[in-house]
Every structure is written in structure tokens, then in C-alpha cells.
Design a protein around this ligand. Structure first.
Ligand code: OKP
Ligand code: ZN
Length: 317
């Protein structure tokens, strides 16, 4: 298995976010994917490769050009590397600041996902794009939830030129951006299992009545689950979701993988133990699809490496 990883993500390292009126330490830290990379190197589960550099056109094709230019421009105007600019438009929350290095890091995260997509196209079976910042909340013209460009969606758009793509989003939070970008398409299936948006971010989407529009009707499927969801009920939901992927019969599967479903995640609320990630990997591997794993959230930094390791033991078995 190839693991795509670049250290450029470190150029984006905000110190604070604002949550319910309080200034708190930033949860989406560089140490997150460093912890994963370290563990996977130790365990020798894959071969690390650097992302290729793709044209910015891939970003401009999925996002509003003014939005992309806005992030690039604002990043260039930030004076010191540690400073953060909180935009007041093209943004949905107070968790997604722009730093000097944000555009560059977010661009490399896209390259990391697309490099993985290209490897799938060339016949690799399982590829892991260790992206940071994450992407699934980024909409056509909106940043939010620590996301700027939608890595998984841009990889899906790229792969959809070759064949049908299913995106399975198992991050704890609903991927409002990915859903939006394919809402009217029947050639890209979006399925998400996440915390009930009535109580958790992104609050405004991810309800089960959202099923797509126009030609895309029936090609979006949401499984909102209550806080406190445990392995048993999560597994049943996952099996149901995977059945839908199978029926759709895609050429490629993209998994938006978030480890914030872990029982000790500081911002999650499900009860999955570390060992469950092996089960999750195994269930997904049973589909035998060409699969691109794209890293999304997961904030229990010290345990992330173990979760990733278990997931890859499962999917490769
Ligand atoms: C991004 B991803 C608590 C507030 C957190 C934002 C959640 C963004 C999640 N510090 N709210 O889907 O993991
Ligand atoms: Zn999340």
C-alpha cells in the first residue's frame, strides 16, 4: 500500500479557534497526521511517497474561483507565520482561520488526494492519502470545520472522468461540502455515517431526508446516528451503507476517513474502541474495490496512529 504524505501541512498550524464564545487551543493540529505517519512507518505497513504537484485548475474546477483567489490573497496578506486571519465571508464558522501557509498547505492536501487518485487509476488497489488540513466540510465557495479545499471531492471529480465513484464518509461529522459538490450528480454516490446534525457540527445538513436533487436524486444517503453510538449499532449501519455502495457498483471507492468516532476523541461523541477500526477496515475491504482512503478528522492525537494501524490491518486482510 502507498501512503501519500508531505510535511508541507506544517505551514498551516493555527493556535486558536473560537468555540461558543471561548478562545480554545486549535484541535486540528499538525501532530495529528504526524502521529499517524510515525506509527505506520514503525509498523512498516506501507510505502511512503510524496505527492505530485498538480495544476491549480483542479481546485478551480471544484470551487468558486473567487473563493480560491480569496484564500490565496488573504494568506499572502498575513504578516507573521503564527498569525491567523478569521474571514467574515466565504466561511461558515469560527474554526477555520487563514494563515500565511494555509493556501500552500491546503493545495498540497489536494495534491495528496489527487496523487492517490492517479495511483488508483494506474491500477493500485488501496492507497492512503494522509491529508491535512481535512476537506469534507469545504463547499463550492465556503470554508469551515477546519477545511479549505475539498480533497476527497476533488479526487472524486478527477476519478469520475474514468468511471463511477462512491464516496463513503465515516468521519464523525457530516461532510456537508462533499454532499453539496455532488448533490445533483448520479455518477458519484455520497454516503455518510455521522453524528446527528441536530446536535453536532455542521448542524445544517446531514439529515436523512437529504437524498439528492434532479438527476442526483437517490445518490446521496445520510445515516445520522445518536451520540453514544457503540460498535454494534455502528457496524450494522456500516454494513447497510456498504450494501448500497455494492449495488451502485462504482469503479472506485473513496473513503473519507475520520478517527473522531473514537470513544476518547475530545470533540466526538461515539463509543468506538481502537479495535473497532480493524473491523471497519475489514468490512470496507470485503468490497474488493479500488479504494482511496482520504484522511479527514480525528483529534485524540496520541491514539491516531493505533487507529490507522488497525484500520489498515483490517482493510488489507
Ligand atoms: C472537522 B472534521 C470544538 C468545536 C469543533 C468543529 C468540528 C469540525 C470537525 N473545538 N467544531 O469533520 O473532523
Ligand atoms: Zn470530523
Amino acid at each position: 500500500m502507498r501512503i501519500i504524505y508531505s510535511e508541507t501541512h506544517r505551514k498551516h498550524a493555527p493556535r486558536w479557534e473560537f468555540f461558543e464564545g471561548e478562545k480554545i487551543p486549535y484541535a486540528e493540529k499538525p501532530e495529528r497526521i504526524e502521529s499517524i505517519a510515525k506509527k505506520l512507518k514503525e509498523k512498516k505497513v506501507g510505502e511512503f511517497v510524496s505527492p505530485k504537484e498538480y495544476s491549480e485548475d483542479l481546485i478551480y474546477q471544484s470551487h468558486n474561483p473567487h473563493y480560491v483567489d480569496f484564500i490565496k490573497k488573504k494568506a499572502s496578506l498575513v504578516k507573521n507565520p503564527q498569525d491567523s486571519f478569521f474571514a467574515s465571508y466565504y466561511i461558515m464558522d469560527t474554526y477555520t482561520p487563514i494563515q500565511q501557509g494555509t493556501y500552500q498547505a491546503a493545495k498540497v492536501a489536494v495534491d495528496t488526494a489527487v496523487t492517490g487518485a492517479e495511483l488508483l487509476q494506474n491500477g493500485e488497489k488501496i492507497v492512503y492519502s494522509l491529508c491535512r488540513p481535512p476537506g469534507h466540510h469545504a463547499e463550492h465557495a465556503t470554508m469551515g470545520g477546519y477545511c479549505y479545499f475539498n480533497n476527497a471531492a476533488i479526487a472524486a471529480a478527477y476519478l469520475s472522468k474514468t468511471g463511477k465513484v462512491a464516496i463513503l464518509d465515516v468521519d464523525f461529522h457530516h461532510g456537508n461540502g462533499t454532499q453539496q459538490l455532488f448533490y445533483d450528480r448520479s455518477d458519484v454516490l455520497y454516503i455518510s455515517i455521522h453524528a446527528d446534525p441536530a446536535v453536532k457540527f455542521p448542524y445544517e445538513s446531514g439529515f436523512s431526508h437529504e437524498t439528492g436533487v434532479g438527476k442526483g436524486k437517490g445518490f446521496t444517503k445520510n445515516y445520522p446516528l445518536p451520540l453514544g453510538t457503540d460498535s454494534t449499532s455502528y457496524r450494522k449501519t456500516l454494513q447497510d451503507a456498504l450494501k448500497k455502495v455494492k449495488q451502485f457498483n462504482p469503479a472506485f471507492l473513496i473513503v473519507s476517513l475520520g478517527f473522531d468516532t473514537y470513544e476518547k476523541d475530545p470533540i466526538g461523541g461515539f463509543l468506538l474502541p481502537i479495535s473497532f477500526y480493524e473491523v471497519m477496515g475489514k468490512e470496507i475491504g470485503l468490497l474488493k474495490k479500488s479504494t482511496l482512503i482520504v484522511q479527514e478528522g480525528g483529534y485524540a492525537v496520541d491514539a491516531l496512529g493505533d487507529m490507522a494501524y488497525h484500520f489498515f490491518v483490517g482493510i488489507s486482510s
